[in-house]
Each structure stands twice: as C-alpha cells, then as structure tokens.
Write a protein that binds this ligand. Structure first.
Ligand code: SIN
Length: 577
C-alpha cells in the first residue's frame, strides 16, 4: 500500500453508493446518468454547484463527423496531426467513430444545437480541422447548453448530488481496490465538514488544472484536484507537460490573474484575422492554414510576434462580421468584450494566449480504467491517449461524452455493489503548504513553464517549487505560528503544488519541442528519443518518471509493474522495454 493522503480530520459522516462520480461537467454527468439508468446507486459529488465546472465555459463547440462528406477517418487524420505523434490511434479511432452517435444521444437527452435553415446541425470550423465539423449551441454558448441539458436530466432522474464538496482522497480496501472517497462539504446539517462516500467504483471527472498558471480560461475550481488525488492514491499520470495555451484570450492587461474571457477559435473559423498593431496579418506565410493552424502554432506565433514588436498582445480583427453577425453568432464573446470596454464591431480585440487545457492527466485505458482497480478517470482529468501532445479544438466535450459512456458500460458490466469492505487509512500524510503560496505557485509556473520554456526556466521553477514543498514539510506538524490549519484553501494549494511539481518535472525531462510543449533551447521535435509518453507516479519518497513507447499506451498495466519499481529516486526516466 503506497497511498498518501492529505492532512485532514477523520470523516464524520458517510454515504454508501455503488458508484461515486466526482465532477459535474459533460463527463461526470453523462457517466452518472448512464450508471443510474442501469440501476446502480449513483452519487454525484461536485466542488461548487452542478453547473459550475469547465463544461459551462466551452464556447466553440463539439467536434464530430456529422456533416455531408465528412468522415470519422478525416476527423482521425486531423486529430493525429494536432497530437504531433503522441496520440494513441486506437483511442482516437474510438473517439471519432463513436462520437457522432454520442452527440445524437446528447441531443436525445435534451441539448439543442444551432441548426441551418433546412434544420440540419450547423457546423463551423476551428484550428486544425480541415472541415466544418464543430456543432455549436446558442452561437458561442455550447458548453452552457450541454450543461443545462445534463443538469436538467440529472434533476429529473432525482440523482443524489452533493454540491460544494471538495474531494480529498481515495479510500481503498486491504487489497488496494477502490472503496470510495473522502471529501469536505461546505454544507449544513447532515453532510457538513469531512465525510466519506463509500463505493466500489469511483469516477474522477474533476476537469483541469489551469489555475496553476496566473492567467487561464479555466474557472476557479480547476485546481488539479483529481490528478493530485490520483497521484496520492498511487495511480499513474501521463503527458502532464502538454499544457495547451489557447491563442486568443481577451487581454485584460499585464499581470491580470485568474480566469480570463475566451475568444473562441470559432471566431477565426468564421473568418477573423490575427493582426499586429499595424494591421499586418502575421499568420500568413507561417502555416498553410494561417489563422486556423493548430492552436500551438498560433499561440507560439502570437507570443513570438508580441516579443518582436515589444508588446504583450496581438489583435483579432473581426470588424467585417458586422453587428448582426456578432450578435447572432457570438453573443457571449461580444458581451464579455463590451463588459471590458472593447467593441469588436468597431475595433480589433486585444488577445494573448492563456492556459486552457491539460492534454495529459490520469492514465487510462479505453474503458477509462486507471492503474488503481475500481478507479476511473474521464474528461480533462484523464489521459486516454486521444489528445497526444496537443488537443485538437473541440475534441474535449466529445471525449468526455464518448468515454463517459464507455466507463458507465464497464461499471455496469462489473455490477459493483456497495458492500462492507474494510477501508484502510493511508499511513502517509502529505504536508500542507500555506494558502498564501497559491499566487507564488502561479507566478513560478507562468514564468518557468508557460508558453515559452527552456531548461533554465524549468530548472528554476523546479527548485522554487521544491522549496515550497520542503517548507511545507518542515512546518507541518508544528504547533507554531506557521502551522497550517487543514481547510479548503490549504488542500487546494497542496493539489496545485503537487501537480505543478509533476508538470515541471515532466517538462524538464522532455528535451524537445512537440505539440504544445515548446522548449526554446530544444526547438526541434526528436522522434527518435521522444516519441514517448512520460508517465509519473508518486511514492512517499519521490516522483518517479518513466518513458513509454506510444504503442504501450493502450492497455493499462497494474501500478507497481517491474519497470516502475526499479526507479526509486526523483525523476529518473527508465525506458520501458
Ligand atoms: C474555443 O472555442 O476556441 C475553445 C474550444 C476548445 O478549446 O475546444
């Protein structure tokens, strides 16, 4: 038993279930609805309100080969190109072939997509897609509509939901099988403070970790809780170095922190141009798809051009859309820009890249199983192999949907039922950093592991993060004035620190440029040495890194397999046979 847990009070209350789903985006709610429909007692636990996760913020849409002349094979090709040699082809094939029907089932659940005059689903383009295949809703409010439909379905199915609940750690039985989770609820009455949901199947659908950076499109709940929990439970995570920076986020001024308004790629899909202050379209000549190149290329180009021009942002010019199109097609973005004093109908929008999506996450197989028996991961928190080194635009809602259905099918086939499994307490506790460290972590990560990375910047970031980790360890357990009181802020910062350490370790090890991992000191892609995944495990002593061949991605092998056990120091990268 290698499990590590957060310093927290013992659970004071408990709920029994067959399945607990943590997270309430498209991945979590789809899994929960399917499990409940099959007769399993299902509990949904979510950090804020049911509709507060990342799904609600998705603008552009959901990609699927739904249009005339489009095929899953073409969608596969575009996804593999964006993934820069690291996609697991079987996972992508699953996504693109099961995707169209999964979208139709979502429509059956009550989601309304925008349609053309003849009643067919309206499709747009985004970066990296050679076809119009992005279905959207409410113009640019696709996630909000999907979230609305799923929350309504969950309410009509009368699912047991626990809101305002931060998940803490995995519970396991004596054999190391999943037995539920501990969580902290800011509630009243029966479920308040630290408690437990006992269940033989746990599905983590907690979303991303954008809050490790100063500026992000992610909501404040995206603090890497699921990945951190999985690491403490001994599960493997993979590809964490591949953080996708969205090229066009409304620039709110240097040093602005937290969630920033997204300006969807669909705006470029409909013909907006990226220009510098003089009005020059700098993407022309850089890539055959110009503004619609894969988003890592566009994010890099914006960053480079800004450096060249000695500024911090570029502009997105869509004045030629006119007021009617702006209002009909992009009402959310129009309102967000106007709220910040920019009128896109009459002026170009200042834009800059910001952290957007974790292409890596908890390593799973095609059924969403992680390396810990009974623990599943779905959506942004998971690394199914679909995204490789860079996620193709609008593939994430689809991934959440398709793999949620697969996970539910797997759990239903296993028919786990809440039993009287003895739950064992993990012996090792993880030190709690001070809640004030949150801003420090974000600054370290933005400076050292942002769009531009180098061996030096990553080494400095690693050192600074290890300092924070060491001081947390020194201070934990002391009763002095610096002692950190366990609580939501401290647990969130512990999660941010852990995932940042892993991200930086992986980014420092990957000595090449690939997909959304851009090393200025290693500008070339190195297929011979680095067409590999970096898989990380946490032990009480160290972070353990190993490299795997891409073909080895699919079937998940049990944690503690021989190649992992051999590595016991921090950051070795033994090669998988
Ligand atoms: C966007 O609308 O540009 C974001 C879509 C995505 O990240 O998939």
């Amino acid at each position: 038993m290698t499990g590590i847990r957060l310093t927290a009070p013992a659970p004071g209350w408990s709920i029994d279930a067959d399945v607990v789903v943590v997270g309430s985006g498209v991945a979590g709610l789809t899994t929960a609805l399917r499990c409940a429909a099959a007769g399993l007692t299902t509990v949904v636990v979510t950090k804020a309100r049911l509709d507060d996760g990342s799904t609600r913020w998705a603008q552009g849409g959901i990609a699927a080969a739904l249009g005339e002349g489009d095929t899953p094979e073409q969608h596969l090709d575009d996804t593999l190109v964006a993934g820069a040699g690291l996609c697991d082809e079987a996972a992508v094939r699953t996504l693109v072939t099961e995707g169209p029907d999964a979208v139709r089932r979502l429509i059956g659940t009550g989601a309304h997509f925008d349609t053309t005059d003849d009643g067919t689903i309206a499709l747009t383009r985004e970066g990296g897609h050679h076809r119009r295949r992005i279905a959207h809703a409410g113009g640019d409010a696709t996630g909000a509509e999907i979230s609305r439909a799923l929350v309504e379905a969950v309410r009509s199915a009368a699912l047991h939901t626990v809101e305002n609940a931060l998940v803490l750690d995995l519970l396991t039985d004596a054999e190391g099988r999943t037995a539920g989770v501990t969580l902290h609820v800011m509630g009243e009455g029966q479920h308040d403070g630290v408690g437990a949901v006992h269940a033989p199947a746990v599905v983590l659908a907690t979303g991303g970790m954008g809050q490790v950076f100063s500026a992000t499109t992610n909501p404040s709940v995206s603090t890497g809780d699921g990945v951190a929990l999985a690491l403490r439970a001994g599960a493997e995570v993979s590809d964490l170095e591949f953080v996708q920076f969205h090229p066009t986020v409304l620039f709110l001024g240097a040093g602005s922190q937290g969630q920033q308004p997204l300006v969807s790629e669909a705006v470029r899909g409909e013909g907006a141009h990226l220009v510098d202050a003089s009005g020059t379209r700098f993407m022309l000549g850089q890539h055959e798809m110009a503004e619609l190149a894969p988003r890592d290329i566009v994010a890099k180009a914006i960053t480079r051009q800004a450096q060249l021009n000695g500024t911090e942002h570029m502009y997105l010019d869509a004045r030629h859309f006119g007021a009617e199109m702006w209002e009909r097609r992009f009402p959310t973005i129009l309102a967000a820009c106007r709220a910040h004093g920019i009128d896109p109908v009459n002026e170009p929008i200042p834009v800059a890249p910001a952290a957007h999506y974790a292409s890596g996450g908890i390593r799973t197989d095609l059924r969403g199983r992680t390396t810990v028996p009974g623990l599943y991961a779905c959506g942004e928190v998971a690394c199914t192999g679909v995204h490789g080194a860079n996620r193709l635009a609008s593939n994430s809602l689809l991934e959440g949907l398709v793999f949620a259905e697969r996970i539910a099918a797997d759990i239903v086939a296993d028919r786990p039922h809440a039993g009287a499994e003895a739950v064992v307490a993990h012996p090792v506790t993880s030190p709690l950093p001070s809640p004030e460290a949150r801003g420090t972590i974000q600054r370290i990560m933005t400076r050292g592991a942002g769009v531009l990375r180098s061996a030096d910047s990553l080494a400095t970031a690693a050192e600074e993060l290890e300092d924070l980790h060491r001081s947390a360890a020194l201070e934990s357990g002391t009763a002095g004035p610096k002692a950190v009181v366990p609580g939501v802020e401290a647990w969130e910062v512990a999660n941010l620190l852990l995932v940042s350490r892993v991200l930086v370790a992986a980014a420092g090890s990957r000595e090449e440029t690939r997909g959304c991992h851009w090393r200025e000191d290693r500008p070339e892609r190195d297929d011979e040495n680095w067409r590999r995944h970096l898989v990380v495990r946490l032990t009480p002593e160290a972070l353990v890194l190993r490299r795997t061949a891409t073909e080895a991605f699919g079937p998940v092998r049990p944690s503690g397999a021989a190649d992992c056990a051999a590595a016991s120091t921090t950051h070795p990268t033994p090669e998988e046979p």
